[in-house]
Design a protein around this ligand. Structure first.
Ligand SMILES: *Cc1c(COP(=O)(O)O)cnc(C)c1O
Length: 398
């Protein structure tokens, strides 16, 4: 008997759950885009977007998803034929490399596989080998949502400094911003990209690029940027329309205003990070217990290299695909597919899934997902160790 009636829960790593208050803030008639509420409200977004990234850098807002934010950053950093070094730790690192290559950038990829973070020592060696400083920027994901690896951005910066290389450090925080601790200025990040639909809890449609003074200066010679993608007018205006190169994404901006207030004023960023950390640890604890009695494993072994926004796991013999189907049909919970771990036509594709715990997520949601998964494993006779839920509840209890 299906128990899927009631409010469904989409536990995929983006789009994440949207707070009702964000949706309510968007439910309004079209605002005037020349003066009044919208124009005054948008002026408050720029300082708060800096606060959420812990930076004094500039920020540009695009009507775009994460792929658009990648291209926006590429366009402002590079000229055709410039060189980029990409540290790939999953499907999204590869994706950023592909977007730069398609735009005419010469891309070198160091691929660290799908289950480990980037090794700063290998980056340092690659930069030392670049004697004539051809590499304009190092591109890396903070959290790669496909593998759920978290890269150590401060260590990557330290490796660049140790090599004495002037390249920009550009970081994809699309999955991590508002979930995992990220400190743009302390960690020496020059360019950071994010999007609205993950930790920022707004529907997909806004892309963001933060850029330092060094990046601004370096970007003045980049010839890939066309008027729509140039970051300077988006960050500096001065006319209101210039922030958006045309009509503003009016309703998304009102939603973002509410989500930033929730994150920065009401909950506070340190608590937001601590909440994600605790919920992530509950998920890991459950999988570690289940894995002691079955072919079940977390994708990332080292807890320090695990995302707090999403967890990628392996459940052998196609168990992941069968479990996802059961959870959706029988319990109203939709889990994420495994992305980039195996090709969709490879039977191993059915061995991977991802549990999202990003954004507007609390203890009952995450414990609910875990309990539903354990029920599904029982129903489907997927071998698993005992005590997964007890381990997760112990983490939540603190
Ligand atoms: C979701 C995601 C993207 C892609 O974002 P879209 O909005 O789907 O284009 C890129 N990088 C990371 C790390 C992501 O999590």
């Amino acid at each position: 008997m299906s128990l899927a009636q009631g409010r469904p829960y989409l536990a995929i790593p983006g789009p994440s759950a949207i707070p009702d208050r964000v949706l309510a803030a968007m439910h309004r008639p079209a605002p005037n885009i020349y003066a009044g509420d919208l124009v005054e409200m948008v002026a408050t977004l720029f300082p708060d977007l800096r606060r959420v990234a812990l930076t004094s850098a500039h920020v540009a807002i695009y009507i775009a998803n994460g792929h658009g934010a990648w291209e926006a950053a590429n366009a402002n950093m590079f000229s055709r034929g410039d060189k980029a070094l990409v540290l790939a730790t999953g499907r999204f690192g590869i994706g950023w490399a592909e977007s730069a290559r398609a735009m005419g950038v010469e891309v070198e990829v160091i691929d660290f596989g799908k289950s480990a973070p980037a090794d700063p020592a290998r980056l340092e060696a690659a930069l030392r080998a670049d004697l004539s400083h051809q590499i304009r920027a190092v591109l890396v994901t903070h959290v790669d949502t496909a593998s759920s690896v978290k890269n150590d951005i401060a260590a990557i910066r330290a490796a660049m400094d140790a090599a004495g290389h002037p390249a920009l450090l550009a970081v994809d925080c699309i999955a991590s911003l508002g979930c995992d601790e990220f400190r743009m200025d302390d960690w020496g990040v020059d360019v950071m990209v994010s999007a609205s639909q993950k930790g920022l809890m707004v529907p997909p449609g806004l892309g963001f690029v933060w850029f330092s003074d060094k990046a601004l200066e370096a970007g003045r010679r980049a010839d890939l940027a066309t008027p729509y993608w140039r970051w300077e007018p988006r960050a500096f205006g001065p006319d209101f329309w210039m922030h958006f190169a045309g009509t503003a994404p009016t309703h998304h901006l009102f939603g973002l205003r509410t989500s930033l207030t929730m994150l920065l004023e009401e909950e506070g960023l340190p608590h937001v990070w601590a909440r994600h950390d605790r919920l992530a640890r509950a998920v890991w604890a459950a999988f570690e217990a289940w894995g002691r009695g079955g072919d079940i494993a977390l994708n990332i072994t080292d807890p320090a290299a695990r995302a707090r926004a999403v967890t990628a796991v392996r459940i052998g013999n196609g168990g992941a695909a069968r479990l996802r189907a059961w959870c959706e049909a029988e319990a109203g919970v939709t889990l994420g597919i495994g992305l980039g771990m195996a090709a969709p036509d490879d039977p191993a594709f059915g061995d991977f899934l991802r549990v999202a715990h990003m954004g507007h997520v609390n203890a009952h949601m995450t414990l609910g997902v875990l309990a539903v998964m354990e029920a599904g494993m029982r129903a489907l006779d997927i071998p698993h160790g005992p005590g997964g839920l007890a381990a997760a509840t112990a983490v939540v209890a603190g």
